[in-house]
Unconditional design. Structure first.
Length: 307
């Protein structure tokens, strides 16, 4: 399939805007500021997409959170799922504000969404983000009834955040007394630090996320053994999963391979592939109609697992 026309226009605008690649900037702070500008470009004009929500920011321990609650929903209507969401950005870039559109998309399930502001590399290399993700899930589970009025626990993320979600799901399976995770939603997950698959070569340039930037992310976070759930020999017993991939994403094979391994292990998988889209499509609803439809399909896939 050819590249989605709206996405092609976005990529042309991105190329016209120019800018230094993240990996060539002097500091991570400069890269983060540049990333926020890219996010604004792909988000497009208009109000935030997704569910209308009340949004509260607060700190628990060393972590900041953003909690999204759908408006017009009374606690008397019964509990909702609680989605703990981990943003993408290569463990180096991003925060809950840059991924506001994605959090609102999951709130449209309907669900309460807890977006986690985990520590970033290179200041905080592996396993800092992994540990923060685990802490966030434990906090969410402890407050499901009292603070969130929730009845099911979901982990979700995009790109680097999808790996964190998958890693948390695996850790919960293997830890006695850990919270029960009812589903996981992995959107264009970064799963293979060796970057040895064909898509890492075939789609290395020209579609937003590049191979050199992805290598910079891995080098900054400095993953070690146990970093990715794709390293595990046994994936049985993991929660049902949505795994979403894009045809013009160099991480495409990461997600497709992991989804297939989950299926082989007997895990229920809703595999969603969007051949005309690129990495980051879930934040492009304001610039691409196909991306907006794909985002709804991802949320619909998760809704199907939960119901």
């Amino acid at each position: 399939m050819t590249l989605d026309p709206d996405t092609a226009r976005y990529l042309a605008d991105l190329a016209e805007a120019g800018g230094t690649p993240y990996e060539e900037m002097e500091t991570a702070a400069q890269a983060r500021a540049a990333y926020e500008q890219v996010v604004a470009l792909r988000r497009g004009d208009g109000p935030p997409r997704g569910a209308e929500c009340s949004v509260e920011e607060y700190r628990i321990g060393d972590l900041w959170y953003r909690a999204y609650r759908p408006l017009g929903r009374s606690v008397h209507e019964g509990p909702l799922p609680l989605v703990v969401f981990f943003h993408g950005g290569g463990w180096v870039l991003g925060n809950p504000r840059t991924h506001d559109e994605m959090a609102r998309a999951f709130a449209a399930l309907p669900a309460i969404v807890l977006s986690v502001d985990y520590r970033l590399a290179p200041e905080h290399p592996y396993p800092a983000a992994h540990d923060d993700a685990w802490e966030a899930v434990q906090y969410a589970a402890s407050e499901m009834g009292d603070s969130f009025h929730a009845d099911r626990l979901v982990v979700a993320g995009d790109s680097a955040g999808a790996l964190l979600a998958g890693a948390v799901a695996a850790r919960a399976r293997d830890t006695e007394g850990a919270p029960t995770i009812d589903a996981q939603c992995l959107v264009y997950p970064a799963m293979e630090p060796t970057m040895g698959s064909a898509s890492h070569d075939d789609l290395a340039e020209g579609y937003g996320l590049t191979r050199s930037t992805m290598q910079w992310f891995y080098d900054a976070y400095a993953p070690q053994s146990g970093f990715s759930p794709s390293e595990m020999s046994d994936l049985s017993g993991l929660p049902p999963a949505v795994v979403a991939t894009a045809g013009y994403d160099l991480l495409k094979d990461d997600g497709l391979r992991y989804a297939e391994r989950l299926r082989e292990a007997g895990v229920t998988v809703a595999g969603l592939h969007f051949p005309g889209l690129i990495h980051g499509f879930m934040g492009m609803g304001g610039t691409s109609r196909a991306a907006a439809a794909a985002t709804e399909a991802v949320v619909g896939g998760l809704r199907g697992l939960l119901t």
